[in-house]
Design a protein around this ligand. Structure first.
Ligand code: AMP
Length: 419
């Protein structure tokens, strides 16, 4: 049997209801905050990611699905969405209409990471980005909106971690201080961090290897090295979050895997997912648009891991599977023909209706109704059709009542929508 590729997964019918609920909740919330949806391709030129995410990041160095197409051009299955959003902003000159663009997108991303629970090679993200606003107030607004999404999905075990990564003015000094520190603890670092120390020292702070975490316990922190402007920006973000009653923790060690982040950086973490504790991450990337050939516009955004979010929402939604409204148990050929008409008409009225066109007896049909979790069952045999009335059974109380066949769709509609 052909099986799916390692690190990839199917999202099965029992799960998709929850995914749809999350996607709808996010889309409607984001739209209330003024965001518009953007849909982007999965394949992009490799250079888009190597230039934006950074050559020395894990993603670009070893995780991208990159291949030469038939003409020999290098293309990549997108590992994240921000670079594509920025590419679209520049390519379609969206800034010429309005430099401020608030965009969201939902879709699959691809990274060839080591698969484990909560970490896949195809995973899904919900992204929201605000381009064209440098005010720290928008940082707070975006984090507020993200926290609200978790509230609406009744996820409580989450915390907002906040840090600042400074800017090109203050970060080089800090990087040098960090490198000086790291050179004193080199021997304690893992092989990857020995390399990162030279090329991308900030990433050492983010390493999950226990020895590295211990080695950097006393490492200098970016927030102690912020320039005046970055300091003021960070203070306003913190004050605004307090004013909006969003709880957060300052996480001096929080850095992000991609090169382009500046200033405000945040992550939503949860205790519900074991090792993969990050459900969402984001931050400012003020220099990215210009570095990709666009106008000098600041930006901030976040990406939520939809697979991980669905997992934690499922914890609180054990019985959210939701059954159908009505099952029509049709016995006999005439009844089945009538059931086809009734079920189509009722489905068009928004009443979730199922029927069964096989030759099952009443016992078998009631089993099907149970499997569908039907609230009501309409029992109609050829005999009932001749007599002009079918039986409607309330599956929770087991009460039965008679429903006239004449005008049955209207009769059922008023009965079921009233209950
Ligand atoms: P990033 O784009 O790396 O900042 O990740 C943003 C969010 O996407 C993370 O907080 C995770 O929830 C999710 N995520 C990232 N990589 C994976 C993966 N390989 N599998 C599942 N979720 C992921």
């Amino acid at each position: 049997m052909i099986q799916l590729i390692r690190g990839f997964k199917d999202i099965l019918p029992g799960e998709t209801g929850l995914w749809q609920k999350i996607e709808k909740t996010a889309a409607s919330l984001f739209e209330d905050f003024g965001f518009c949806e953007i849909r982007l391709p999965i394949l992009e030129h490799t250079e888009l990611f190597s230039r934006s995410i950074g050559k020395d990041t894990d993603i670009v160095e070893k995780e991208m699905y990159t291949f030469a197409d038939r003409k020999g051009d290098f293309i990549t299955m997108r590992p994240e969405a921000t670079a594509s959003i920025v590419r679209a902003y520049i390519q379609h000159r969206m800034y010429a209409v309005d430099p401020v663009q608030k965009l969201y997108t939902i879709g699959p991303m691809f990274r060839r990471e080591r698969p484990q629970k909560g970490r896949y090679r195809q995973f899904y993200q919900i992204n929201a980005e605000v381009i064209g606003v440098d005010s720290p107030l928008v940082d707070a607004q975006l984090i507020f909106m993200l926290a609200e999404l978790f509230k609406r999905l009744s996820v409580s075990d989450v915390s907002v971690h906040l840090n600042s990564l400074g800017c090109p003015k203050c970060r080089p000094d800090f990087t040098r201080a960090l490198q000086r520190f790291l050179s004193k603890v080199t021997t304690q670092l893992c092989a990857d961090c020995q390399k990162r120390k030279e090329k991308n020292p900030l990433r050492v702070l983010d390493c999950k290897v226990l020895a590295c975490r211990e080695a950097v316990a006393d490492a200098p922190a970016m927030i102690d090295h912020l320039c005046g402007e970055c300091e003021a920006h960070f203070t306003t973000v913190k004050n605004s979050l307090n004013n909006l009653s969003v709880q957060f923790e300052i996480d001096r060690r929080l850095v992000r895997g991609l090169d382009y982040y500046t200033r405000t950086t945040f992550e939503i973490q949860t205790g519900l997912l074991g090792a993969q504790s990050a459900v969402a991450g984001g931050g400012r990337y003020d220099g990215l648009i210009e570095s990709l050939g666009g106008p000098a516009q600041p930006a901030i955004g976040f990406a939520i891991g939809l697979d991980r979010l669905a997992e934690i929402v499922a914890v609180n939604n054990k019985d959210a599977a939701g059954g159908i409204d009505l099952f029509i148990a049709a016995l006999g050929e005439k009844a089945k023909t009538a059931a086809l008409e009734w079920s189509c008409a009722l489905s068009l009225c928004g009443i979730k209706t199922e029927t069964d066109f096989s030759n099952k007896g009443l016992k078998g049909l009631m089993k099907r109704a149970d499997r569908h979790g039907a609230g009501w069952v309409l029992i109609a045999g050829d005999k009932e059709l001749d007599e002009g009335a079918a039986v409607l059974r309330d599956m929770s109380t087991k009460e039965q009542l008679s429903v006239k066949i004449e005008g049955i769709v209207e009769n059922l509609k008023s009965k079921l929508t009233a209950s």
